[in-house]
Design a protein around this ligand. Structure first.
Ligand code: FES
Ligand SMILES: [Fe+2]
Length: 317
């Protein structure tokens, strides 16, 4: 490890990251974004196709997130009006017959699924090596339309994901009566934690509730709570740069089970998830990354989690 003591020793992880929600992106727009320490432009065409590109025009460096004009399925640089297609290729220079071969934008692979705009980040531009995550609840009309809650957090994706494999903090930070004792599985880019607990029902009987957290790489942690009701938290964490994360919780509840996001148990669950996130944030923002932590019995699978996490830093091996 080359990092100084306390410094986070890994670069920005590779993977699929949420760069937008389709319902918040107007068609026919070019929007400036900043993720992975890069200036970016997200282009949404008239037919709602989207493309994500490095922001700077290869001609003389204009920022396409400030004034590019989308025309149909193409977009035009504001400086000298070179036109680009959704592959990032320059398709027209209005005052020249020949288009220079290198007139191309860096294009990030993107895919829209279940209303989420995903983009693949790899520091040297290699393509995706696992598919965009599926979240079937978001395409099921029994589930409420997701509501989003954003935070900008001065931390790294790995610190947020490591929370799931840290049972002892649930008592100290979140006030749980008992530390959870989840069953953990790792499979390729997936990491799943399942906790079963017995909770009292309103009629006094005990019911089993199931809490499943599935990480798809470092950019998505899906929480599914089921038992007497069914609730979903889609946690998407996108690195802004090496020291900050744009974190979002998107909440949905199963209306077929009598739940509403703005009432009763649905509302209480959402408030609790937000409360827990906001309890974690000051810890993450002020901690160091312990490269060689002093662990003890009861600390759970932190070591196994860190082994799993290494796959997202391909140049560090
Ligand atoms: S800088 Fe973009 S067309 Fe000249
Ligand atoms: Fe936590």
């Amino acid at each position: 490890m080359l990092a100084n003591p306390g410094e986070f020793p890994f670069p920005i992880p590779v993977g699929w990251f949420r760069v937008g929600f389709l319902d918040q992106i107007a068609p026919g727009r070019a929007t400036r974004l900043r993720f992975w320490g890069q200036e970016l432009v997200l282009v949404s065409t008239a037919s709602r196709e989207v493309g994500l590109f490095g922001a700077y025009c290869p001609h003389l460096g204009a920022h396409l997130g400030f004034g590019a004009v989308v025309e149909g399925e193409r977009f035009r640089c504001p400086f000298h009006a070179w036109r680009f297609d959704l592959e990032g290729r320059c398709v027209e220079v209005p005052y020249a017959k020949r288009i220079p071969a290198r007139a191309r934008l860096r294009r990030y692979p993107t895919e829209v699924k279940s209303g989420i705009v995903w983009a693949w980040y790899h520091p040297s531009g290699e393509g995706p090596n696992w598919p965009v995550p599926e979240i079937p609840e978001l395409d099921n009309s029994e589930w409420s339309a997701p509501t989003h809650h954003h935070w900008t957090i001065r931390t790294r994706n790995q610190e947020i994901a490591e929370n799931t494999s840290d049972p002892a903090h649930f008592r100290a930070v979140h006030g749980f009566a008992e530390a959870p004792d989840p069953e953990i599985t790792f499979e390729g880019p997936l990491y799943r934690s399942v906790t079963l607990s017995r909770v009292p029902r309103p009629d006094g009987e005990m019911a089993v509730s199931r809490l499943e957290v599935t990480w798809h790489g470092m950019g998505l942690g899906v929480v599914r709570a089921s038992g007497a009701f069914e609730l979903l938290v889609v946690g998407t964490n996108t690195p802004i740069d090496g020291g900050a994360v744009d974190a979002c919780f998107s909440f949905s509840v199963n209306r077929a089970r009598g739940l509403r996001p703005d009432k009763g148990a649905g509302r209480a669950f959402i408030a609790e998830a937000i409360r827990q996130m906001e309890q974690d944030i000051p810890i993450w923002e002020n901690k160091v990354f312990a490269v060689r932590p002093v662990l003890c019995e009861g600390d759970g699978p932190i070591g196994a989690f860190r082994e799993w996490a290494k796959q997202f830093y391909p140049h560090e091996a």
